[in-house]
Design a protein around this ligand. Structure first.
Ligand SMILES: Cc1cc2nc3c(=O)[nH]c(=O)nc-3n(C[C@H](O)[C@H](O)[C@H](O)COP(=O)(O)O)c2cc1C
Length: 174
């Protein structure tokens, strides 16, 4: 296929196993730019993108999530090199939709750069828990915002698993 954009969309798969290789600042800036330029309702852009590469803080966030959800102490978001936390104003009607658009842009931009990614949804609905909010505040996420998804990013340790994609859910009406 010689359409690079379409090739990127069609070949992206969630990656859940990462090598230890660090993602450079230049790549992270390209990915963050793709997020920033995503569509948002009425171009509201009520979001914030927190690019977290600090492993100590990543571990701290994973620990409070694990404690809240009853996951084991070893919960680590699949041990990514970088986590992009996508937050948005809680009182804005299209927060979830806008963040989903930004996250997909993140996944596609990462894939185009040879970087693997997966959506991490574990903060969904628990941002208001005091011990979690404390860490979000440490990460400079405003108290008026909740997290609507995170992207775990890293160079893939192995080829992403193939997943079944259903057919028959497209209807053409002329
Ligand atoms: C809203 C949403 C939440 C998701 N949450 C998680 C998650 O918490 N952990 C995870 O491993 N994958 C998560 N995923 C990834 C899906 O499991 C994955 O996209 C799906 O299995 C299809 O695989 P593909 O991304 O390789 O096409 C999530 C995806 C979406 C859209």
């Amino acid at each position: 296929m010689n359409n690079e954009a379409l090739k990127c969309i069609l070949t992206r798969r969630s990656v859940r196993s990462f090598s230890g290789q660090s993602i450079g600042r230049e790549e992270l800036e390209k990915i963050a730019e793709a997020a920033r330029l995503a569509p948002s309702a009425k171009n509201s852009q009520m979001w914030k993108f927190t690019v977290l590469q600090n492993k100590k803080l990543m571990k701290k966030l994973a620990s409070v999530i694990a404690a809240q959800l009853g996951r084991g102490d070893d919960y680590d978001f699949y041990a990514p090199d970088t986590l992009i936390i996508v937050s948005c104003e809680r009182d804005y009607a299209y927060n979830r939709e806008d963040c989903a658009c930004a996250l997909e842009n993140i996944f596609l931009a990462a894939h185009s750069l040879g970087i693997g990614s997966v959506w991490i949804n574990q903060l969904n609905g628990i941002c208001g828990v005091p011990r979690i909010r404390e860490v979000l505040t440490e990460l400079k996420i405003p108290s008026s915002q909740d997290v609507y998804g995170m992207a775990a990013l890293g160079y893939p340790a192995e080829q992403a698993a193939t997943v079944e994609k259903k057919e028959g859910n497209v209807e053409y009406i002329y």
